[in-house]
Write a protein that binds this ligand. Structure first.
Ligand SMILES: [Zn+2]
Length: 311
């Protein structure tokens, strides 16, 4: 009996030790930056980008990237990025909607138990306040279909929801991670492809307005149909909306993946996520001034123009 207890104790201690190690700093190996062709873009002068902050979750840096501290609180922001373009306005993701209290109950129990959230005015409310009608939105484009990116869709009835084939299947047949959007039923889905050829080291892309200002690339990893959106504003100001490839900027700048626990909870293909993190790290070095925008790094969002400041 004593022996069994001792063995059990050893197993528990080894497990705790492994868990501890999984949070320790470890950066991903990076090869020399490959040559990438940086295409010039021709964005219209009226084009703008606005951050619409819509909800927060409270967490610690330790859960966002290897080496982050447990003693360092981090706000995980929610929200949408609005692109105003004369050929149609695009909204990337939606943040928390007005029914977030109900939506929160649909997420896995472990996540619910370890998360606290706060509401902010929803994307729909902020659009209305700024005088932007839903009919002026050409599309909501999802970086991916997890609950915290789609909660606000319920407040945007009728607006076309753009997803690629892989994410559409993930919504239809996926696991708990897409149960919220699946529960929304028959949204105004438009499935898009990537017909526009290689872009910044990705083998295919979708140049939405054919002017290089908004280019979507497939970034399967966090979810099967995750994307990255490259936005180029007048003056060659460049942004990469990377969704949840990394939760906080250090994920790309170090580069460091999410710790093991977080990866098990949210990432669909860890290996692909690692490859993409390294690729984005290399692009950050290759493109001066490129602003990497993780969907949940509130510090980065706070540095972007806000919808409330629009004239
Ligand atoms: Zn997310």
């Amino acid at each position: 009996m004593k022996r069994i207890l001792l063995l059990l104790l050893v197993v528990v201690l080894v497990g705790l030790g492994a868990l501890y190690v999984s949070f320790l700093p470890e950066t991903l190996p990076v090869d020399a930056t490959p040559k990438v062709l940086i295409r010039s873009a021709n964005p219209p002068a009226e084009m703008r980008l606005y951050a619409i902050e819509a909800g927060k979750m409270m967490s610690q840096a330790a859960f966002a990237y290897r080496g982050g501290k447990f003693t360092e609180p981090r706000v995980f922001g929610m929200g949408g990025i609005l692109i105003e373009h004369p050929k149609g306005n695009l909204l990337f993701d939606t943040g928390f909607g007005k029914d977030v209290d109900t939506h929160f109950k649909t997420i896995p129990a472990l996540m619910r138990a370890t998360s606290k959230y706060e509401k902010e005015p929803t994307v729909a409310e902020q659009l209305q306040k700024s005088g932007i009608a839903l009919s002026e939105l050409k599309a909501v484009i999802l970086t991916h279909a997890h609950w915290d990116h789609v909660s606000g869709l319920a407040d945007l009835p009728g607006v076309p929801v753009w997803v690629n084939d892989q994410e559409r299947s993930f919504i239809k047949y996926g696991d708990d991670a897409t149960s919220l959007i699946r529960g929304f039923g028959d949204l105004n889905y438009r499935v898009y492809n990537f017909p526009s050829g290689p872009y910044l080291g990705f083998n295919k892309s979708y140049d939405v307005f054919a002017d290089g200002s908004v280019v979507l690339v497939p970034a399967s990893g966090h979810t099967p149909g995750s994307i990255i959106a490259f936005i180029t504003l007048p003056g060659d100001k460049r942004y990469a909306l990377i969704g949840d490839l990394a939760w906080q900027a250090e994920g790309i700048s170090l580069p460091a993946e999410k710790p093991w626990v977080s990866r098990q909870l949210v990432d669909w293909d860890e290996k692909r996520v690692r490859e993409l993190i390294v690729h984005m790290h290399q692009l950050q070095a290759a493109i001066p001034g490129l602003v990497i925008v993780p969907a949940h790094d509130r510090r980065v969002w706070d540095s972007l123009p806000k919808l409330g400041s629009r004239d």
